[in-house]
Design a protein. Structure first.
Length: 371
């Protein structure tokens, strides 16, 4: 029997019990958001799964493993996204800052890709609008082979708007409702028989599961969460996540958000274990860094000449396609996206006050009292 990896305390202490008072919100804002390196490893795994789905022949064909590995990767990706978004609002409770940074992170490279691709596929006005404003995942579904993968951005952006509105109205009390929303969406999926869907209403529990994990991890419930998750070998929910993506296991698919959250959550409490060493490896960390650009740009290297010829010839070109995808993603991340991310940070970061002498202290205090 395999021995369960030894677990230890998280690298950063969770927050003390919080309330939604302005004082507590301000206190959270002064705390630095904990760095959890294992999340980079999961992000690297998620993009590897998506690339395998779109670029490799996985068999046996009757098991439809390409579709399964894609669903597996997206479940991890959405869970991580929910965790990051909720953690950001928990530690930096400014809806304005949140929206500016999310828009500048997501939109520039997505729009650049669309402006490059849509003219070549002769997209009509409806397809342009649906892609540029991120609702291709909603009926009547304006999808094609070149831009169809961007359905996931629709789920993401629509969730951003939802959680921003929730937090704006209810502050941290709104975050406490996330587990209930997650269970409600899953119940709706079961009721309407939607084991697999790209429509936000039937897919957003993947994100909500990660969001719920973040809320519990950072809040007063963290001690109880640690008691539960630290006893779980991450391999168990990970295997269950893989099984629930299989076509013949549709009844298990309703547990997909919770298996992904349990696998990721269990590793949050790992230090110096095999899991932590793999998830913090340099290769996975690098893939995590360029993962968004890699997700956006990689379909370009499977079309045109790269997708022509017999099946044998087409897949013989795949190593070149993968290498080109990595190169484009690297350039996009460090020379295009970096500019917009830094611009968003400058727009949302207050400049520190200049150093002042004691004789000006009362004057500055009076100015601040009127702001």
């Amino acid at each position: 029997m395999q021995r369960r990896p030894r677990t230890e305390a998280p690298t950063a202490s969770p927050l003390e019990p919080t309330a939604s008072s302005p004082e507590k919100v301000a206190a959270n804002a002064r705390r630095s958001m904990p760095r959890l390196p294992v999340l980079d490893g999961w992000r690297g795994i998620s993009i590897l799964a998506v690339l395998a789905c779109h670029m490799l022949p996985l068999g046996p064909k009757r098991f439809e493993l390409n579709s399964s590995i894609g669903t597996f990767g997206m479940a991890i990706f959405f869970t991580l996204s929910g965790f990051l978004i909720t953690s950001t609002l928990f530690f930096h409770p400014s809806v304005r800052t949140f929206l500016i940074r999310r828009v500048f992170r997501i939109v520039p490279v997505a729009w650049l890709f669309l402006l490059f691709v849509l003219p070549f596929v002769h997209a009509d006005n409806a397809t342009w609008h649906a892609n540029l404003f991120f609702y291709t995942n909603l009926p009547p579904f304006h999808l094609d082979s070149a831009t169809g993968h961007l359905w996931s951005l629709g789920v993401e952006v629509q969730f951003y708007l939802f959680i921003a509105a929730l937090f704006l109205i209810l502050r941290e009390r709104g975050l406490a409702l996330l587990p209930l929303f997650c269970l409600g969406v899953t119940a709706l999926r079961i009721h309407n028989g939607e084991p697999e869907s790209i429509v936000t209403l039937y897919r957003v529990d993947d994100i909500l599961a990660g969001a719920s994990l973040a809320y519990l991890f950072h809040s007063a419930h963290s001690a109880r969460l640690k008691q539960v998750l630290s006893r779980i070998n991450p391999a168990i929910p990970l295997v269950l996540l893989g099984l629930c993506t299989l076509d013949k296991m549709e009844w298990l698919a309703y547990g997909r958000p919770y298996f992904a959250a349990a696998a990721i959550g269990a590793t949050l409490f790992h230090q110096n274990t095999r899991w932590s060493r793999v998830l913090t490896s340099k290769s996975l960390t690098y893939l995590a860094t360029i993962s968004y650009a890699l997700y956006i740009w990689h379909p370009l290297t499977t079309h045109g000449w790269f997708g022509s010829g017999s099946k044998l010839v087409k897949y013989a070109k795949r190593p070149l396609s993968i290498a080109l995808s990595l190169l484009i993603a690297h350039v996009s991340t460090f020379y295009f996206e970096k500019f917009w991310i830094n611009l968003a940070k400058r727009m949302t970061t207050r400049r520190p006050l200049p150093s002042i002498g004691p004789h000006r202290h009362q004057e500055v205090s009076a100015i601040h009292s009127t702001v």
